[in-house]
Design a protein around this ligand. Structure first.
Ligand code: MEV
Length: 447
C-alpha cells in the first residue's frame, strides 16, 4: 500500500477476530509472512540470554494497536505494549476525535543530549570554570574523536556549559557536554565521550573528576505535540469547561499532577517499550521536566481557542533512538518500528508525544464526564472472572453477570462461578465450560 492510500481509521477494530486485526496491520505496513508470524511468537532464549544476565525465561505482555492516528498529515497504526485495560481503546478514540480538526501537529528540537562531568577539590572554582571555557575547542575535539560514525552523520559534541554548584561538601564544577546523537538514544556515545574527557578536565583544572554520565533530564531534546478537539464532538461548551476545570487541578496541585502525568505515560511508555527503548529514562526525564519550575506540575496544557474548541499541548524530553540498543535486537521491537513506518528517531519521538497527548486527553475527558470505571469495567470483570477460576466461555458469562449487578469483586465472581457449575452438574450432568447453548441457569443467561 502506498502512503497516500493508507488510512489508519478503522471502526470496530476491537470487534475483529485477532487474525483479522493482524491481517489489517499486515496490509497497512506491508509485513511479510515471517514478520507476521512474529506477533504470536516468543522471544528466542538465545537473544534473551544476550540481552541481560542470569536469564531464566521471557515475560510476555499484550501488544495492541492504537488506530485512527493522523500525525503531521500521515496515518499511523501505533503498537502499544501495556498490561492495563482501556488504554489502547482510549488512545484510538482520542485520535479519532483529534482527526476532525486535522490530527496531531508536532515540533521538535535537534536530538541534543547532555553528559555531565563532575569536578571536585578545586580551590578557585571560578578560575577553573574559566579555564574549561578557554579550552572548549580542544575538549570538543577530543570528545568527537570518540565517535567518528556519529560525526559522519552530522552529529557529535557541539557545545559545553560549565556550572558551579554549592554542595554540603563545598563548591563543585559540573561541565555539561552537549552532544547531537542523531538517530540514537545516545547514552553510549555520551558516556564514552564523558569518560574520555575526564583526564583532560582534571589536567585543565587541577581538580578530581567523580561522576561522568549522561543526564536523563534531556531538556535540550524536546518534542511538542498539539491537537485541537472539536467542541461539538466533545458535547459542547459545558463539557469543555468541565474538562478545563479538571485539567486546572493538575496545573496547580502535585497530587493531581502525578496522576495526570501517569495517564500521559500510559501512552508514552507503551510505545517506548514496544520499540525497545528505555522507558525508565523517559519516565525520569518526564517527571524532572514536570518539576522544572520548582513545583511539580502537569506536562500538558489545555485551553479554548477562538472557536471554542479545546486545544491540547504536550511538551517533554524524548530521548529515544531507532538505532543501537534493544530496539535493534528484539525482533518484535523491529516489527513495531516497521508497523509505524518511521524513518528517524525524531519521527518516532513525535509519534510518542502525540500518543501521550491522546492518552491524556482521553483520560481527562472521561474523568470530567462519565468517569473511567465504565470503560475499565468490561476487561477488568473478565480478569476477575479468570482469577476466580473461570475458563472458556464461562469467562464472559461470569463477567457479564458482575457488570449487570454492578459488583465486580473476586468473591462475587467465585460465587457466580460456583452457582453456574452447580447448575450444569445438577441438571445437565455436563461440565459448565462445555456449554454453548442458550440456557437459563438461576438468574444467569447462559447462551
Ligand atoms: C490510569 O491508569 C490513568 C488515569 O488515572 C489518568 C488520570 O487520572 O488522568 C486515569
Amino acid at each position: 500500500m502506498s502512503n497516500n492510500e493508507k488510512t489508519s481509521i478503522v471502526s470496530g477494530f476491537y470487534k475483529l477476530p485477532i487474525k483479522d486485526r493482524i491481517e489489517f496491520v499486515k496490509k497497512f505496513s506491508d509485513l511479510n509472512e515471517e514478520e507476521t508470524q512474529l506477533f504470536t511468537s516468543c522471544l528466542d532464549m538465545d537473544i534473551a540470554d544476550r540481552m541481560i544476565e542470569n536469564v531464566l525465561g521471557t515475560f510476555e505482555l499484550p501488544l495492541g494497536i492504537a488506530v485512527n492516528f493522523l500525525i503531521n498529515g500521515k496515518n499511523y497504526l501505533i503498537p502499544m505494549t501495556i498490561e492495563e485495560s482501556s488504554v489502547v481503546a482510549a488512545a484510538s478514540n482520542a485520535a479519532k476525535i483529534a482527526r476532525i480538526k486535522g490530527g496531531f501537529k508536532t515540533e521538535s528540537t535537534d536530538p541534543l543530549m547532555i553528559g555531565q562531568i563532575q569536578l571536585l577539590h578545586i580551590d578557585d572554582v571560578a578560575d577553573a570554570a574559566q579555564k574549561i571555557i578557554n579550552k572548549k575547542k580542544e575538549i570538543l575535539n577530543l570528545a568527537n574523536e570518540q565517535d567518528k560514525v556519529l560525526l559522519k552523520f552530522g552529529g557529535g559534541a557541539k557545545d559545553l556549559e560549565v556550572r558551579i554548584l554549592d554542595s554540603p561538601l563545598g563548591k563543585m564544577i559540573v561541565t555539561h557536554l552537549i552532544v547531537d546523537v542523531r538517530d540514537a538514544m545516545g547514552a553510549n556515545a555520551v558516556n564514552t565521550m564523558c569518560e574520555a574527557l575526564a583526564p583532560m578536565l582534571e589536567e585543565i583544572t587541577g581538580g578530581k573528576v567523580r561522576l561522568k554520565i549522561l543526564s536523563n533530564l534531556a531538556d535540550k531534546r524536546i518534542v511538542k505535540a498539539t491537537a485541537i478537539f472539536d467542541k461539538e464532538k466533545l458535547g459542547g461548551e459545558k463539557v469543555i469547561d468541565a474538562f478545563l476545570e479538571s485539567y486546572n487541578l493538575a496545573a496547580i496541585d502535585p497530587y493531581r499532577a502525578a496522576t495526570h502525568n501517569k495517564g500521559i505515560m500510559n501512552g508514552i511508555d507503551s510505545l517506548i517499550i514496544a520499540t525497545g527503548n528505555d522507558f525508565r529514562a523517559i519516565e525520569a526525564g518526564a517527571h524532572a521536566y514536570a518539576a522544572r519550575s520548582g513545583q511539580y506540575s502537569s506536562l500538558s496544557k489545555y485551553y479554548k481557542n477562538e472557536n471554542g474548541d479545546l486545544v491540547g499541548e504536550l511538551e517533554l524530553p524524548m530521548a529515544i533512538g531507532i538505532i543501537g540498543g534493544a530496539g535493534n535486537i528484539h525482533p518484535k521491537a523491529k516489527l513495531c518500528k516497521k508497523i509505524l513506518g518511521i524513518k528517524t528517531a525524531k519521527e518516532l519521538a513525535e509519534v510518542v508525544v502525540s500518543l501521550g497527548l491522546a492518552q491524556n486527553f482521553a483520560a481527562v475527558y472521561a474523568l470530567s464526564t462519565v468517569g473511567i470505571q465504565k470503560g475499565h469495567m468490561s476487561l477488568h470483570a473478565k480478569n476477575i472472572a479468570v482469577m476466580a477460576g473461570a475458563s472458556g466461555n464461562l469467562i464472559d458469562k461470569v463477567a457479564n453477570q458482575m457488570i449487570k449487578e454492578g459488583k465486580i469483586k473476586l468473591d462475587r465472581a467465585e460465587e457466580i462461578l460456583k452457582e453456574i457449575k452447580w447448575f450444569f452438574l445438577q441438571y445437565l450432568q455436563v461440565p459448565a465450560h462445555n456449554n454453548n447453548k442458550l440456557l437459563l441457569a438461576g438468574p444467569y443467561l447462559l447462551f
